[in-house]
Ligand binder design. Structure first.
Ligand code: ATP
Ligand code: MG
Length: 189
């Protein structure tokens, strides 16, 4: 099966491009952010813990997110593939993903790194705040999330490169073009 990692800063369009890939290839989609927000809504133990971190724009501890991810992944093994959206976000998570896949005879097929300028990201997130009302989409928390992204998540790009799975896509103002480029890449794996 295909194991696709979609990677990028907050607001880079991971959810949007994942939806296009689900449409085209019938993949299952794991968005760790969506799973955590569902847990919060359902008032579970994990949700209660996650809520505090998300509101502050911080990452949930690695061990919690890794366990959650493995159990969701195991429900998707019969399909054509899985898109990992919002995971991994730290080197520890990346190594855990590699190991989790390896144990199951699988590996990362490709990582799609979405490159978008910071002013476009901020504009999108503020617009989304008005529509979706997410607790972490306000200017102060967005800035913290950017900071967390650059310090904890961005270094993963080098890791993906070393693993030989990195593929980069720069947003040039045209979403459909970006979708076309991403689909072409995934067709080639
Ligand atoms: P977007 O979805 O627009 O790209 P985003 O990447 O900031 O924006 P989500 O992926 O939905 O948003 O994540 C929201 C929050 O959930 C994060 O700020 C973090 O607190 C938590 N979270 C999500 N995925 C992880 C993860 N892999 N490790 C730790 N925390 C996570
Ligand atoms: Mg998202």
């Amino acid at each position: 099966m295909d194991n696709i990692v979609i990677f990028g800063a907050p607001g880079s369009g991971k959810g949007t491009y994942s939806a296009a890939l689900v449409d085209r290839f019938g993949y299952d989609h794991i968005s760790t952010g969506d799973v955590l927000r569902a847990e919060i809504k359902a008032g579970t133990e994990l949700g209660k813990i996650a809520d505090g971190y998300i509101k502050k724009g911080q990452l949930i501890p690695d061990d919690l997110i890794i366990d959650m991810l493995a159990s969701v992944y195991d429900t998707m093994r019969d399909g054509p593939g899985v898109i990992f959206d919002g995971f991994p976000r730290t080197i520890v998570q990346a190594k855990a993903l590699k190991e989790m896949l390896h144990k199951r005879g699988e590996k990362i097929s490709v990582t799609l790194n979405l490159i978008v300028s910071e002013d476009v990201l901020m504009e999108r997130l503020l617009k989304r705040a008005e529509i979706e009302g997410r607790a972490d989409d306000n200017e102060t928390t967005i800035k913290k999330r950017f900071n967390v992204y650059y310090t904890q998540t961005h270094p993963l790009i080098e890791w993906f490169k070393k693993e030989g799975v990195l593929s980069e896509f720069t947003f040039k103002g045209d979403k459909d073009l970006m979708i076309k480029e991403i689909i072409e890449k995934v067709e080639s794996i």
